[in-house]
Design a protein around this ligand. Structure first.
Ligand code: MN
Length: 231
């Protein structure tokens, strides 16, 4: 057997304080996981069942990267989020055991072509083109659970050119990490290398060429992305 063309390189994430890498399988993203953000998007946050969408694994980009303003949008948005990396797969994982399946945590940015996402919402169409575009998942080095435990509270902030745009606490999440893992694994098999972007607080807003966007989470460091002119 031979591949008819060379396979793409395995997408991967850096590990904090190590040269090791995490091979990325899938990127799940939860929608509206902070009540104040659900409200700013015009939704009732009262525990309506969570929903998820995907980004392709090769949408990941490193902390400190400069990315070109993406095509076909006039409204690129930042969404600062905590990243959860699954290290042990499973199906029908119980909430009580869910944290045993986590390898580590980090800081990321669910970059969004908001105009395309809103148009898709209006038409009842999928969000993929608004959410899953090239370089749409900046993710900083991941910290292993052995070093940072399981963060369930602590500040999460997003700054654009040094100005604070999002400022919330991880404890404001509507659906906890164990709940998300239980719900996802009831729907499909989770495997090592699956990544969960755990939702963004209120305060999302636009990025323009030349902007520097930094997401910070207490105890997990930061993820900085510079936006350059359209490629
Ligand atoms: Mn998001």
């Amino acid at each position: 057997m031979a591949f008819v063309f060379p396979p793409q390189a395995q997408p991967s994430l850096a590990v904090a304080g190590s040269d090791d890498r995490i091979p990325v399988r899938r990127i799940f993203c939860i929608g509206r996981n902070y009540a104040a953000h659900a409200r700013e998007m015009g939704r009732d946050p009262d525990r309506e069942p969570p929903f998820f969408f995907f980004k392709p694994a090769d949408a990941v980009v490193e902390d400190g990267a400069t990315i070109a303003y993406p095509p076909q949008t006039q409204n690129l948005h930042f969404e600062g989020e905590m990243i959860v990396v699954i290290g042990k797969g499973g199906v029908n994982i119980a909430e009580a055991n869910a944290l045993e399946h986590v390898w580590g945590y980090g800081v990321g940015n669910d970059l969004t072509r908001r105009d395309l996402q809103n148009a898709a919402k209006d038409l009842g169409r999928p969000w993929d083109m608004g959410k899953g575009f090239d370089a749409s998942a900046p993710i900083a080095p991941i910290h292993p659970v052995a070093q940072v435990g399981h963060p369930s509270r602590g500040g999460i902030r997003t700054l654009v050119n040094g100005v604070v745009k999002q400022d919330a606490d991880l404890s404001d999440m509507i659906w906890s990490v164990p709940e998300m893992i239980a719900i996802l694994s009831a729907s499909m098999a989770l495997k090592a290398g699956d990544v969960i972007m755990s939702g963004t607080p209120a305060g999302v807003g636009p990025l323009s060429p030349g902007d520097i966007c930094e997401v910070q989470i207490d105890g997990l460091g930061s993820c900085t992305t510079t936006i350059s002119a359209a490629g």
